[in-house]
Design a protein around this ligand. Structure first.
Ligand code: 1QQ
Length: 388
């Protein structure tokens, strides 16, 4: 963990001494704490793109009632300490009004309590484990939980091949999201009448999966379901194919990025992944987003970019409502953070994810979910093809 530093400590001490009262700076700063480095950046890179995109386009459309806002990025990397450090910097040094982040649920369980104690609203852009909104009053998420997203992949696999009877389940035991998601996958598979022939564990840091793949092959299954992150997940897919597994593979949310393609290359082909976003979502908000995104990046936006965009959008729209009642520049920062949290939870938002809102605990209300399958054109290029 990077230490806060002498200046940061001095500022914090001064604020504590002064009772914390400080005016909001303009332009208003929204913090973004996602993985810009480490293996988790395979997922976080798409969030940075989505958030920057939101900043550019929402500001071009008037920002907060005519005043631009500013995103402040702090690299939360892939571990708990980096996420905690990023949150502390954003809260105490950058004095942001709210935070979109972190990337992993594993990090959210460690860093969100820091924001909760400081009364700073957090929107989890990709924190899908069970229990995230329950961390505290200031914690909500724009990322639908595994319990509602993951089952769609199992149902779709059975639609593609109704003869599937035996499944193998593999999960990263050192990652809170993977543990949560595999629970949902295992319940769904059993509820659908499948036999769980083997359950295998690994670590997100593993690169050699010979033991797990051998167990899968010995169990003679016709479906493999993986809950891990992008680098480990990609290597696992690759080694399953290299050692001769021929059946369908379901990947969880941690494999939900084209940044995995360089890892498993052609062998990524066919992996089925449930989606909390579709570029085809017909809402006007999404169609504008897709058109603008395509113009800039020459491809469809991926789920993690769309969710990060939605996170920034929700903060901005809630700030607009508050600003209309009392100009943001006239607020005390502490009061504005509390008001922002309240407004986030009562608002309704037309986002690229479709229309969304939150329940009292900060859990996301979202209507539509999808399933996509990876199609590789060659070793480097592929795409997520949405299934009906
Ligand atoms: C979580 C996730 C990750 C796989 C998203 C990046 O869903 O940690 O909750």
């Amino acid at each position: 963990m990077k230490p806060m530093g002498y200046v940061g400590a001095l500022i914090t001490a001064a604020l504590v001494a002064s009772g914390g009262a400080q005016k909001v700076e303009t332009p208003v700063k929204i913090g973004v704490a996602v993985a810009q480095t480490s293996n988790t950046a395979l997922l976080g890179q798409e969030q940075v793109i989505g958030a920057r995109f939101a900043e550019k386009y929402l500001n071009a459309r008037g920002g907060i009632n005519g005043t631009p806002f500013k995103l402040v990025f702090q690299d939360a990397a892939g571990d708990e300490n980096s996420a905690i450090n990023a949150f502390q910097n954003l809260i105490n040094k950058e004095r942001v009004v709210g935070i979109v982040g972190p990337t992993l649920s594993q990090q959210a369980f460690a860093a969100d309590p820091i924001a909760e104690r400081a009364k700073v609203p957090v929107l989890g852009p990709s924190n899908t484990a069970k229990g995230i909104p329950q961390i505290g009053d200031f914690i909500a998420r724009v990322s639908a939980p595994v319990a509602v997203v993951a089952p769609n992949a199992v149902r779709q696999a059975l639609k593609l091949d109704p003869k599937i009877k035996k499944a193998a389940v593999l999960y990263a035991q050192n990652d809170a999201f993977s543990v949560s998601e595999t629970g949902t996958f295992q319940e769904t598979a059993k509820a659908q009448g499948l036999t769980l022939a083997t359950v295998q564990k690994f670590q997100t840091t593993d690169t050699d999966f010979t033991t797990q793949v051998t167990a899968v092959l010995n169990a003679d299954v016709d479906l493999v379901i993986i809950s891990g992150l992008a680098a480990d997940g990609g290597n696992l897919v690759k080694q399953l194919r290299q050692l001769g597994y021929k059946g369908l593979i379901i990947g969880g949310n941690g494999l939900n990025t084209s940044n995995m393609f360089p890892v498993c290359q052609r062998l990524c082909d066919g992996v089925i992944i449930a989606q909390a976003y579709s570029p085809a979502q017909p809402s006007a908000a999404n169609q504008v987003f897709v058109k603008d995104y395509r113009a800039q990046y020459k491809k469809d936006p991926p789920q993690f970019a769309a969710q990060a965009y939605a996170g920034v959008q929700v903060m901005v729209e809630a700030l607009k409502v508050i600003d209309r009642k009392k100009k943001l520049s006239t607020w005390d920062l502490d009061d504005l953070r509390v008001a922002l949290n309240k407004q986030i939870l009562v608002g309704k938002y037309n986002t690229p994810l479709g229309p969304i809102s939150f329940d009292k605990e900060g859990e996301l209300n979202q209507r539509e979910f999808y399933v996509a399958q990876i199609r590789m054109k060659d070793a480097k290029t592929g795409s997520f093809v949405y299934l009906k």
